[in-house]
Design a protein around this ligand. Sequence first.
Ligand SMILES: Cc1cc2nc3c(=O)[nH]c(=O)nc-3n(C[C@H](O)[C@H](O)[C@H](O)COP(=O)(O)OP(=O)(O)OC[C@H]3O[C@@H](n4cnc5c(N)ncnc54)[C@H](O)[C@@H]3O)c2cc1C
Length: 279
Amino acid sequence: MDVAVVGGSLGGLTAACLLADAGHSVTVFERSPAELEERGAGIGFLPATYRYLVERGVALDTIAVTTNHIRYLCRDGSIGHDDEHRYLFSSWNTVYRRLLGCFDRSSYRLAHELCAIDLSPLVASLAVGATMANLSTKSRRLFDALGHTDPPLYVIFFVLAGADLELSLLPSLGVLGAAYVLCRAAGKLGGAWLGARRGGFPVASQRLFGFSLLAQAGLAVGLVLVTRQRFPDIASTVTTVVLGAVVVFEIAGPLSARFALDRSGESGSETAAPPRAVP
Ligand SMILES: Cc1cc2nc3c(=O)[nH]c(=O)nc-3n(C[C@H](O)[C@H](O)[C@H](O)COP(=O)(O)OP(=O)(O)OC[C@H]3O[C@@H](n4cnc5c(N)ncnc54)[C@H](O)[C@@H]3O)c2cc1C
């Protein structure tokens, strides 16, 4: 994989060395026009900082010195805390030079500054959520905490989006809006049926999946806001059609999801109808 690392200091260089060792093609972009030096004097040398060098055979005692005591002084110079504590110290320059020596110098580009990343804030945020939920064991706590704080943000988000709906345009966009609603519903029902069929789901469930996917709100509204920024010429039409459809699908979506769950027997409702065989 081609990897770009932005920032060629200790953190960037360590990441670059590890990724290069893992077989990736890594380029480091550092905005400084000259090789870095003199950032801090002695630095507390932590395992995360020296592990790479030690694993590459660098003897720790050649790049670090050890202290055996830690002592905190009070403002008046008296000793507030003194304890035995083994600590390693190195110098910033030493660590930087050693790391730079482990990396292909021709892929370390000085005087290169990253000015902007043209990423969709929507897709980037989705990617962050998906990555954290799937790779971080601690993400559940974060999402639980966010779950208690998001209602006011939803209110702001939807009020701002609703403010863009031009009611005067609704009648003139009736055909377009109806076509959008019908095509979206057909796509959801047909696509989900095809996916379920190819995925080998029970025949009785195949036609029901699409009904549970009809609701539409957050992402569509977010895309509308992006459209307003990127394509101002068509923004009014897109906004009116999509927000009008959101109203339709937010009313019909939950009802249709309930229908699908009841029909599939997964709603837990005692009155749920047994799954019906679909020919
Ligand atoms: C006085 C002092 C004492 C310190 N003591 C300690 C210590 O005891 N222990 C310790 O661990 N740390 C200490 N530090 C902090 C130490 O500097 C950092 O630990 C270390 O440098 C962090 O490295 P880094 O790669 O994370 O970030 P940085 O060193 O801040 O490097 C970021 C790099 O990214 C580059 N960059 C930023 N934006 C862009 C862009 N848009 N495009 C291209 N390049 C970009 C910058 O030019 C910079 O070189 C000390 C710092 C100072 C100033």
